[in-house]
Write a protein that binds this ligand. Structure first.
Ligand code: ZN
Length: 348
């Protein structure tokens, strides 16, 4: 009885709070696809994605990022608004996500890594998974030079040449504390080492790794980025808006100013020339507060973008910085879990 009363009081307080400070949430997706393993937790199964959209459509107010930003410029936020965004620019955003967005008439913005368009190589984090966590045999020792420093890993241990079974570790992911095999430890350490590198330095390490493991340099088709025609097809119809996500997906804060500027401006220019229309929104690669600087924000504004999304969890309210919009990272949740998460974000 007391607990129920407390819950009612809490909800009444929150309702009052939201009347004086209406809130919106921006969701951050990466992929809509079912894959055998997902060590970075980037994939949402199509059936779960459809359940998320059904829930948003029935219980909240789905709006586009453009509409939310226009309201924000007027000093307003539509209460219980939910905005969908995707980062990176995987081809599955067109083939799997768009038909479901259309079914529920939910708008979305897809931030495309412009330099990866038409590229048959996988994104570097996917390539690392393919090279290290999938082969049934790998060299016993791996030696790599990264940024002029030598690193080495012992991969297969001393227990004999037992075949590696990737399916055994399909539920392992980077958020777990333990590494079940030396390969997983190597994968985790290489993720951290490659993240801040320039594209050229990163590609050099990956090329060395391809040659050491004897793997095919071409990526898995279902992991490929969008092609030029697919970027156009994604934006056709107006439900999906394309935004920019740099050229090469660097940690912008780790680059000299002129390199940052090129990544920001050139990604906008390249996407605009593909689409024949202005590209006005941006999202910072990785997007945590240390991944961009105050200078980055100024460059994004200077380049002609009207808003930019970051990657830290918070609701949007009228005082939010349009160049550092917070977002909630979405995992492969079923409808109940998704509903519970959104409820908690709105403090309902
Ligand atoms: Zn990204």
């Amino acid at each position: 009885m007391r607990l129920r009363g407390t819950g009612r009081l809490r909800r009444a307080i929150n309702r009052f709070f939201r009347r004086v400070r209406p809130q919106a949430v921006i969701l951050l997706y990466h992929r809509v696809v079912e894959v055998p393993a997902d060590p970075q937790l980037l994939c949402v199964k199509p059936v779960h994605f459809a359940a998320h959209l059904a829930h948003v459509r029935q219980n909240y107010r789905p709006v586009s990022l453009t509409a939310l930003n226009e309201a924000l410029q007027q000093g307003e936020v539509p209460d219980r608004a939910v905005v969908l965004t995707f980062d990176d620019g995987y081809a599955d955003n067109l083939h799997h996500a768009k038909p479901i967005l259309e079914r529920y008439a939910v708008p979305a913005t897809v931030f495309v890594t412009a330099g990866k368009i038409d590229n048959r190589r996988e994104f570097w984090w996917d390539e690392l998974e393919r090279l290290l966590l999938l082969p049934d045999a790998l060299p016993e020792r791996l030696e790599l030079t990264i940024n002029g420093r030598k690193y080495s890993w012992t991969l297969e241990g001393t227990g004999g040449p037992e075949r590696f079974r990737p399916e055994r570790y399909r539920y392992w992911n980077i958020t777990l504390k333990d590494d079940p095999t030396p390969r997983h430890k190597c994968y985790r350490e290489l993720c951290a080492l490659l993240r801040p590198l320039t594209e050229a330095a990163r590609q050099a390490v990956l090329a060395e790794l391809v040659s050491l493991t004897g793997a095919d340099p071409l990526g898995r088709p279902e992991y490929r980025p969008l092609t030029t025609d697919e970027v156009r097809a994604l934006a056709a119809g107006g439900l999906v808006t394309v935004g920019a996500h740099t050229l090469t997906h660097p940690v912008l804060a780790a680059l000299p100013a002129e390199e940052q500027q090129r990544e920001i401006e050139e990604s906008k220019r390249r996407l605009e020339s593909i689409l024949g229309q202005p590209v006005t929104s941006f999202s910072y690669p990785y997007g945590a507060k240390g991944d961009y600087t105050p200078e980055t924000l100024a460059m994004v504004r200077q380049a002609g973008f009207v808003c930019a999304c970051a990657n830290f969890a918070d609701t949007v309210w009228r005082g939010s910085d349009p160049f550092q919009l917070p977002r909630f990272l979405i995992r492969d949740w079923d409808r109940d879990e998704f509903a519970e998460q959104v409820r908690a974000w709105f403090r309902e």
